[in-house]
Design a protein around this ligand. Sequence first.
Ligand code: MCN
Length: 796
Amino acid sequence: MTITDDPSTTGTSVIGTRMLRKEDPALLTGEAVFTNDMKVPGALHMAVLRSPYAHARIVSIDTGEAASMAGVHSVFTGEQVMDLWAAPMPCAWPVTDDMLNPPHYPLAVGKAVYVGDGVACVLAETDAIARDALEAIIVEYEPLEAVIDLEEALSDRVVIHEELGTNASYTWPLVIEENEGDCERAMQESPHVVKERYVQQRLIPMAMEPRAVVAMPEPFGGNMTLYSATQVPHILKVMTALTLGIPEQQMRVVCPAVGGGFGSKLNVYAEELLCVALARKLGKPVRWNEERSENAQATCHGRAQIQEIELAADADGKLTGLRVRLIGDMGGYLQLVAPGVPLLGAFLYGGVYHLPKAFDFSCTSVFTNMTPTDAYRGAGRPEATYAIEHAMDALARKMGIDPLEIRRRNFIPTESYPYEAYTGLVYDSGDHDKAARVAEGLLDYAGLRARQAEQNTPDATKRLGIGVSTYFEMCGLAPSRVLASLNYSAGGWESATVRVLPTSKIQVVTGTAPHGQGHETSWSMIAADKFGIDPADIEVLHSDTAIAPLGLDTYGSRSLPVGGVAIGMACDKVIDKARQIAAHQMEANPDDLEFTGGVFRIAGQPDKEMPLAAVAFEAFTAHDLPDGVEPNLEAQVTYDPPNFSWPFGTHMCAVEIDVETGEVEVLQYVAVDDCGVQVNPLIVEGQVHGGVIQGLAQALWEEARYDSDGNLQSSTLAEYLVPAASDVPSITTGVSVTPSPTNPLGVKGVGEAGTIGAAPCVMNAVVDALSGLGVTDIQMPASPLKVWQAIQEAQQ
Ligand code: MCN
C-alpha cells in the first residue's frame, strides 16, 4: 500500500508514472537466459575443492586418482596454476598507505584460511563428474587453531598470515583536525552520555541466483569472453585483464540475466579468474556454477562489525559529541572493496542530526578464519545507522524523552541545506520533519503509544513495542575526487550513449549493470520523457563490455543518480543536435524552435513542424545537413557527479512480543524514504520493500553462525533464516519528495535505503516493548531464544 501526501512526484509526463517493468515478461515466462542456462558445447565443467578446515597448512595434495577418473579432463592445485597469474587477486580500496594485504590467489598455496577456501580444482565433461572427482583428491592438512572472535584476533595470539606478523590489516581514524579534543571534552562536560556496544552479526547475501561463470576463448587470436553472474562487468574486465596479464582489448565481459547480488556480486572472484585462466591455457570453454551451500561459504559475507558508540547530549537532549570505535571483520583475505566498507559508515554516524564537529571515529579491520566479507546492501551505512539510531533510543530512555521527540530536537533544520556536516561533507537536501510526520501519521504513533500504555502491564503476556528510526544515506557513489581522497582506486563517473536510429527508435547504451533494479524500464522512461516518445520505442543496451565499453557498473545506489542522470544529459545533447538539423530544414533559427511531444515547432508558428522521425532520417541520409554537423543523431556523456546523493527517511513499526516464548511479531511497518524525484514510484516501492525485508531479516532472523573451529553452521536455507513472504508484514510506504539540487533530474538513489532504515527500527521496537521489564538491549538477531533469555535475565 502506498499513501502519498505529496502528489508532485514529478512535473513531467513519463517520469513519475508507475510503469510496469519491461524486464518482467522475460523473467516471468522463463525466457530470460541466466549464465547457467547457456548451452556451451564442448565446455569443461569446473568444480572447486574447498578446505574443510578454517585454518590449516596444506602439507600435500594427491590428485592422481581424481585425474584418472573417466570423464575428468584435468586437475589443478594452487601451485600448478601459479604461473597463470600476473598479479594476486585485486583489492581496489587500500584505505591507508600502510594497510596490510596478504597476497591472495584463486587457489590457496601452502595454507587455507577459511572453510571454503579453494585448494584445487577439477575440469571434467560434466558438473557431476567434476564434483565426484573432488572426493578422490587426497589433501593432507595440518590443522591450526582457528581465529573466530574479532577481539581475540586483535590480540595476535594466533596470527593467520604469518608474513604480516599481525591480524590487524589497518586502522583508519576520522577526526576533524581543528576539532581534535572537542569530542573528549563533550564526553566529560555533557550532562548525559550513553555508551553502547553493538554486534553487527555476519550476514550471507543469498542472492536467489548463486554465482555462475562461462569463459569462452575464441579459436584463434586470443580473444576471450567471460560470461558471469556479476554486477560489475566493467570492473571485472579491467581486473581480469590485469590479474591474468591479458591485453584488455582481448577481454569482453557479458552478464546475461542476473538474479540478484545485493553487493555480493560486486567482486572479482577466484572462480571467474580460474575459468578464464584455464580456458585460455586449454583453448576450451570452461564453466562453473555455484551450489547453494557453496555460495554460503565461498561468496562474500557482509556486516560483521563490533561497534562501540558513545553519545553525549546536553540537558535538552541535543547532541554534543559522538565517539565510535569499530572493529571490522575482513575474514580470511581482503576482497575487492572490503576495507572501504567501514569507512563509508564513518560519514553517517551523525544520522540526520545537527552534530557539532566533536566527532572521533576509528576503525580497525582484522583478519579472521572465516569467509571474506565485503559490500552487502548498504555496505557500512546500515551498520552506522543502526549504531546512531539504537543509541538515540538508549539516550531517550535514559533521559525519559519520547524517541520521536528526541530525534525532532536534533533534526538538521530544512532551511540549513545544503548543510556542511560534522565530517566536512555537504548534504544536498533534506526535510526530516516532513518524513517523520508522514510516517507518524501512517503508523498512528500517538494512538499506538496510548494502546501501549494500556497493554504493557507488568503481567501482560504480549507486550507492544514501537520503533522509530531515521537515516541519511550517502550513495550515488560518487565524485571521483572525493573517492580519491578516500584512497579508492577507481572513479565514480558513469557513461551513457544515446542514439536515434534512422526509423526514430532510440537506443540507450549505459555503463550500469542491473541485476534486479529495473534499469531497462527506468532508463527508457528518462529517455522517453526527454524525446516525448513511447518508452516501448526505446531499447536499453547494457552489461556487455563490447556493446557498452565504458562504465562503472551497479552498486552503492549509484545507477540512477549517476548513470540515469548521464542518460538524461546525453538525450539533451542529441536533442540539441536534432534542433540544429531541424532548424536548417525549416529555415529557422535553432533558438526559435520548441521541442515538445517529439516534434520541433517554430515558436509562434504552430503549423510549421518537423517530427523527430523526420530529423532522424535526415541525419541518417546526411543529404542536407548544416555545415559542420556530422551525420546521425548520437551523443555520449560521461558524468562525474559533484556530490554524493543523500536520500533520507523515517521508518516506524509496531511489534508484539510474546513474553512466554520470546517470539517477535511485526504488526505494522511504515517506511518513508525520500529519494528525491521518483522516476518510477512502482520500482521505488519494490526497492523499499525488498530493502526493508533484508533489514528486518537482520534484526530478527539471519546470522552466519560459526563454531569455535570456524565451521559455518548455517550454510543451508534450513539454518540460515531468509524470510519467506509469509514471514513478513505488509509494508506501508509513504512518500516525501525533496529533490536533490545537485543533478538536473533532482533524483537520489533508493536501492539500499530500506535496508538502512529497517534493522534499527525493528530493534528499537523490540527494546521498547521490553524496557518496562528491565531489558536494556538485545543483540541481533532477536531470536525467540535471545529475547526470552533477556527477559529472564532482566527479571532476576
Ligand atoms: N529509482 C527511481 N527513482 C528514484 C530512485 C531510484 O525510480 N528516485 C529506481 C531507479 O531508476 C532504478 C532503481 O530504482 O530502477 C534503483 O536505483 P538506484 O537507487 O540508483 O540503485 P541501483 O540501480 O544502483 O541499484 C543498486 C542497489 C544496491 S547497492 C543493492 S545492494 C541492491 C539494490 O540496488 N541490490 C539489489 N536493489 C536490488 N534489487 C534487486 N532486485 N536485487 C538486488 O540484488
